[in-house]
Design a protein around this ligand. Structure first.
Ligand code: GCU
Length: 329
């Protein structure tokens, strides 16, 4: 939706008190709707908000970003489709959703692909993913940048998971892609694909034994209330991707396109800083509310997921990316 504001007869008062009339000056701000599935306290929301302010300033008010948090515009799968259709201009979606369009993306969201958050930040800010991100234009959207979502861990309602053995028979919600289902299988349990918003009730009603996520989402969505055993498996550091409608970005001037791409990339650095500042607080909040954090020897999960690497990383493009990521560690 375009918000056209016509400022007529703007009075500019001079120091001397004289008034100058600027008649029929037209000021058009184009609204960029951004779909987001978590709360307005989340580091990604805050980084996106800052990005929006900078975009507005650097384009002299031609663009204004409005973020719709808490999945108000639908879950991630639906919001990606809205971006494709051009009904929504931007969204933050997890890598598995984009991987469903092109399996080259599998390489950047494999279990244990990153050695830690510093490694992931280096990869996201190195330019190594630029080619991959531009390649989705044929699907009707472009990936502007990647945000961190920390590392994911398994949590359950009544089971102390420390080993692959302990995962047997556990029905754990995963994000909606085959890689995620396979990954949970290689960890010893059963992966159930579902959108994030349904997890709380599904665990509460016994459809699931638990979920897997980072501490911030775990605390933000109050999943500790239904699944208080949080095992530090750190099995996955799945990128979240900031996507923009291809039609929309093509409607911008070349100069504004360059500005939005640059500011989005810069916001990744800001998002990592905001993430690092919040993560400890999220864990403390969950603990205060009864969650138990369990230390786990991650090596056995690494071992059990090795065959997945051979199975899913097959194409030259996937292999090249895997190599580039590991060389940045
Ligand atoms: C994380 C991630 C989200 C994703 C969610 C999920 O919170 O940041 O993008 O939607 O996990 O498990 O679905």
């Amino acid at each position: 939706m375009n918000m056209n504001k016509t400022l007529k007869n703007v009075l500019l008062t001079t120091v001397a008190g004289a008034a100058v009339t600027v008649s029929s000056m037209t000021f058009a701000a184009t609204e960029i709707k951004a779909a987001f599935n978590q709360s307005d306290k989340h580091p990604q929301y805050l980084a996106l908000e800052e990005f929006g302010k900078q975009l507005e300033a650097e384009t002299d008010g031609r663009y204004k970003v409005t973020i719709y948090p808490n999945a108000l515009l639908g879950d991630q799968r639906a919001s990606l489709e809205l971006v494709q259709a051009g009904a929504v201009q931007m969204a933050v979606v997890a890598n598995p959703l984009v991987e469903n369009y092109d399996n080259t993306f599998t390489a950047i969201g494999m279990p244990f692909a990153y050695t830690g958050i510093e490694h992931q930040e280096k990869v996201f800010t190195s330019g190594a993913l630029d080619k991959l991100f531009a390649s989705t234009k044929k699907f009707g959207f472009e990936v502007l940048t990647a945000y961190t979502a920390g590392s994911r861990n398994v949590y359950t309602k009544g089971h102390n998971v420390k080993s692959v053995e302990d995962m047997k028979g556990q029905k754990i919600r995963v994000m909606q892609s085959n890689t995620m289902v396979e990954m949970l299988g290689c960890m010893g349990g059963t992966g159930v694909p579902m959108s994030q918003g349904e997890v709380y009730t599904a665990v509460q009603q016994g459809v699931l034994d638990g979920g897997e996520n980072n501490e911030i989402t775990y605390a933000d969505m109050k999943h500790y209330e239904v699944a208080p055993y949080f095992s530090k498996t750190s099995h996955l550091m799945v990128p979240d991707l900031v996507v923009i409608s291809d039609d929309f970005i093509n409607s911008m001037s070349k100069e504004d396109q360059a500005t939005i791409r640059r500011l989005a990339k810069e916001s990744t650095v800001d998002e990592f800083a905001k993430w690092n500042a919040q993560i400890g607080k999220a864990r403390a909040l969950a603990e205060e509310n009864g969650a138990t954090f369990i230390d786990v020897d991650v090596r056995q999960f690494q071992e059990s997921c090795k065959p997945l690497q051979q199975k899913l990383i097959k194409t030259d493009a996937q292999k090249e990316l895997t190599k580039a990521i590991s060389e940045l560690s």
